[in-house]
Design a protein around this ligand. Structure first.
Ligand code: BV8
Length: 233
């Protein structure tokens, strides 16, 4: 593949940031094996105990601040710079390591934790270092501050853009995701339906490895730079 009209669509998950020291969700010792996602990643959990949820996201925001992009993030930024065709980068991650590596126009379908959202009026603003439930919204002044991330049962962001990208993909590549969470878990099958070739780069078999024409298993910092170098020749 090297034609200028070849559109590559990439989906990343927590696994691409694992070697930057950020935890994944469903691996052994992952976040959802230590905390109950119903308490921390649902609107109901936030309504029950906003302080607990905000403390969790403050802690994760602090860890992202200390993290640096790894060679897998850097390789994708290199691909975006040098590939003659379109590259659409979709991430389920709420960290900003793709942007720190130089990637542009990253589609954060589950939001991004550098943003704050008012649960009352929908106003968005840059997240403070530490978010507190009593923080007044800069627009409506009501104490309804929450992280600008998508929780379970909420609608993912940019789904129109994502659907349009999957419909014109020639190659769909999934990197570092367990293929557990919908609708992202269905993207490979959608891309395939539009005639795309599908490739999985993941530490191990994901829940939807069978949706892929090819699967390479190993650490992202090995697989992704090698794949990008081979693609760019
Ligand atoms: C939606 C918040 C409708 C942000 C997260 C029953 C009840 C309720 C809901 C549902 C239900 N059944 C289905 C649903 C829908 C639900 C869902 O899918 N639930 C599943 C779990 C059953 N989905 C939703 O609710 C979504 N909304 O469906 O709305 C809709 C749909 C379409 C259009 C309009 C409306 C919203 C989902 C968002 C949930 N938000 N977190 C945050 O705090 O981060 S969940 C969490 O999971 C994160 O967002 C994360 O991004 C996401 C996916 O996880 P992964 O990234 O894949 O991480 P994981 O740990 O699972 O896997 C890591 C992988 O990396 C592993 O495979 C591992 O092997 C690999 N790896 C590890 N190290 C490395 C590596 N790979 C390479 N190199 C390494 N070094």
């Amino acid at each position: 593949m090297s034609k200028a009209d070849d559109h590559i669509v990439i989906l990343t998950g927590a696994g691409i940031s694992a070697e930057s020291g950020l935890g994944t969700f469903r691996d052994v010792g992952g976040l959802w094996s230590r905390y109950d996602w119903r308490d921390l990643a649902t609107p109901e959990g936030f309504a029950r105990d906003p302080g607990f949820v905000l403390a969790f996201y403050n802690w994760r925001r602090e860890r992202v601040r200390a993290a640096r992009p790894n060679p897998a993030h850097e390789a994708l930024a290199r691909l975006q710079r040098h590939w003659p065709g379109r590259v659409t980068l979709i991430t389920q991650n709420v960290d900003d390591l793709h942007e720190q590596a130089g990637s542009e126009d990253v589609i954060h379908m589950h939001g991004n934790h550098l943003g704050a959202l008012c649960a009352a009026c929908g106003h968005r603003w840059p997240a403070p270092e530490a978010m507190a439930a009593a923080d007044p919204c800069p627009a409506c002044a009501r104490p309804a501050t929450r992280p600008d991330v998508v929780w379970f049962g909420e609608t993912p962001c940019h789904m129109d853009r994502i659907g349009a990208a999957l419909a014109t993909a020639r190659l769909f590549v999934s990197i570092g995701t367990s293929g557990t969470v919908c609708p992202a878990a269905g993207f490979a099958a959608l891309a395939r339906k539009s005639g795309a070739r599908t490739l999985e780069l993941n530490l191990g078999r994901s829940e939807n490895t069978d949706h892929f024409d090819e699967a390479r298993h190993g650490p992202a910092t090995d697989l992704v730079p090698a794949w990008v170098t081979a693609l760019l020749g």
